[in-house]
Design a protein. Structure first.
Length: 317
């Protein structure tokens, strides 16, 4: 997990395949099954009220030799380049071939893993779910009507409420035709929500953490679907903020899994064409406190494919 790692605002990063989140040890950074290394890197931290401090973290997931030789269609690099990830905490629909929610499975990603959500029933205005791994949490899904956008609300045992979705930038959309969402370039595709990113954390005392995203749309037919979502800003309960700035990648660094037909990607593929360049941290008055600059190298690791890998080599202030 990338964004919420300290205080009551997130679960800890699990470095090893056996280690608990509270007793990490350097020896647990090595996976005993295939020898890959995994460890977190803290990029920026913000303090907050009621224990809602936040540490933006990246995670390195070591790769074996053959993975480095895969082309960029098979091994899609993130905004931090090859090997590093900064995933967005979200709830996603497992079945994206149909639109109706009763035919979909939902998963909570973050909190140290990916957890299935099971439908319990319906309240007055929401559908209630449960998680076996988090029995004390209440999961409510609001489908959205009219101008109100769909969202999830998770009430935890400490009284905090975690909101996923509810804003246009935090909702991942795919296109469907009636109840079918498959390969097509037809007009008339209707966007529907298939992923909800963490947009707000509210404490029992009404203190809030806010999240803003870049929701990048890819045209398809006469509409568009979400190609990628990048973290753009985190605002703490004190008003401090961390702003994320990206730059375009070189064309040989990325490629969709399926090639476009007539300039449109019928399979609604997702790929990342930007990398994280710097993080600017500002105080309550808007004054810049510090800038975290990320440095990279471009290397050809994929043999004769012509693809190049962006490697994170430095993080400096």
């Amino acid at each position: 997990m990338a964004y919420l790692e300290s205080g009551s605002a997130g679960g800890a990063f699990r470095m090893g395949q056996r280690g608990s989140s509270t007793g990490n040890h350097v020896l647990d950074t090595v996976n005993l099954y295939h020898g890959a290394v995994a460890f977190p890197l803290s990029l920026v931290s913000l303090s907050g009220r009621d224990g809602l401090s936040v540490s933006v973290q990246a995670s390195y997931q070591g790769v074996v030799q053959f993975q480095g030789k895969l082309n960029n269609r098979s091994e899609v690099p993130s905004v931090l380049g090859y090997g590093w990830k900064m995933p967005v905490a979200r709830i996603v629909a497992g079945n994206r071939a149909v639109r109706e929610s009763y035919q979909s499975d939902f998963f909570l990603t973050g909190e140290g893993g990916e957890y299935p959500l099971y439908r319990r029933g319906r309240t007055e205005d929401a559908v209630e779910f449960l998680s076996v791994e988090h029995p004390l949490w209440q999961f409510l899904f609001y489908e959205g009507t009219g101008k109100e956008l769909s969202c999830w609300k998770i009430r935890k045992e400490d009284g905090s409420i975690w909101v996923y979705g509810g804003t246009e930038d935090s909702i991942e959309t795919v296109l469907c035709w009636d109840n079918w969402a498959g390969a097509a370039v037809n007009n008339g595709g209707e966007p529907w929500a298939a992923g909800w990113c963490l947009s707000k954390v509210e404490s029992y005392n009404k203190s809030c953490l806010l999240y803003r995203y870049e929701n990048v749309k890819e045209p398809l037919g006469d509409s568009a679907y979400t190609r990628t979502i990048r973290l753009a800003e985190v605002i703490s309960g004190y008003g401090e903020r961390a702003e994320f700035f990206y730059r375009p990648k070189e064309t040989e660094e990325y490629e969709p899994m399926h090639r476009s037909a007539g300039g449109q990607n019928a399979f609604q593929c997702q790929w990342e064409d930007c990398y994280l360049d710097e993080i600017v941290v500002k105080g309550i008055t808007g004054t810049v406190q510090y800038i975290q600059k990320l440095g990279y190298e471009l290397r050809s690791l994929a043999g004769e494919t012509g693809d190049r890998k962006r490697l994170l080599v430095s993080v400096t202030q």
